[in-house]
Design a protein around this ligand. Structure first.
Ligand SMILES: [Zn+2]
Length: 263
């Protein structure tokens, strides 16, 4: 803990929900005339660190802070996703352990697993359906590539400063859109993540907590500001060496519940 405050304590997972439309167009959705509907894509990418990490901490704020933001689109069906195991970097060790961490992250958002004693019964559906050769449709600079009909989680190159990026594709108005694909690209730089907190940790990030945040995006959660809401999982900053973000905080949970209800 003390070491992390001397070093690079904070790397924003995705500093802002950057809504990017077609070049030159202000609208976040790309209209497709042939289909008679609009579709869009949304990259949620990192940015420069902001806020003072010393002001956040492992206090009770996580279960007292109801803040949350919503991107606009929702899944009306189960999010069935796969992992490109070939892309898992060797330094992370056994691929099965990595997949397990990714599945834990998805399950956390699916059920609403939390640290606050709230019932784990959110009305979200997802399922891990195995391996894929497809890669996430996310570019190294955090943009969105082509939708390929597969919800893929893969590792690959991301520009320095980006831990992971989620792209979402949806139909309809963004404000009430129907999500049809979500891809997550996780940076594969050696040593960037850990599955279990290493001794003498510094400038390394918890893979499960990071991906929990990304699955939060996949289901529609936006960011909350690190400076005010740094203990929530959807904070736009994630401290290094912390496993405190594996579950949902109060605001993360309430925002999902508002949109998806309960089982
Ligand atoms: Zn984010």
């Amino acid at each position: 803990m003390s070491k992390s405050r001397q070093g690079l304590f904070l790397l924003l997972v995705c500093a802002l929900a950057l809504v990017t439309g077609p070049p030159g167009g202000p609208a976040p959705s790309l209209h497709v005339s042939s289909a008679g509907v609009s579709k869009g894509w949304l990259p949620v990418i990192p940015g420069p660190p902001t806020g003072d990490p010393a002001q956040t901490g492992q206090d009770g704020a996580r279960c007292a802070d109801p803040a949350g933001t919503w991107l606009g689109m929702r899944w009306r069906s189960s999010l069935r996703w796969r992992v490109n195991e070939q892309t898992i970097p060797a330094y992370l060790g056994d691929r099965a352990d990595v997949v397990s961490a990714l599945r834990n992250a998805a399950t956390t958002v699916d059920t609403g697993r939390n640290d606050c004693g709230l019932p784990e019964n959110l009305g979200i559906q997802e399922s891990y359906t195995g391996r894929t050769d497809h890669r996430a449709g996310v570019t190294a600079d955090g943009g969105c590539g082509e939708r390929d009909g597969h919800n893929a989680v893969s590792f690959g190159r991301l520009n320095k400063g980006l831990l992971a990026v989620t792209c979402i594709w949806w139909f309809g108005d963004k404000s009430n859109g129907r999500s049809v694909e979500a891809d997550i690209l996780i940076d594969d730089t050696p040593g960037l993540f850990f599955l279990r907190t290493p001794a003498d940790c510094g400038s390394r990030w918890d893979l499960e907590g990071t991906v929990t945040h990304e699955f939060g995006h996949a289901f529609g959660l936006g960011h909350v500001a690190f400076a005010e809401h740094g203990s929530l999982t959807m904070t736009d900053g994630l401290p290094d060496c912390s496993t405190a973000y594996r579950g949902l905080g109060l605001g993360d949970y309430l925002t999902l519940k508002q949109q998806y209800g309960t089982n």
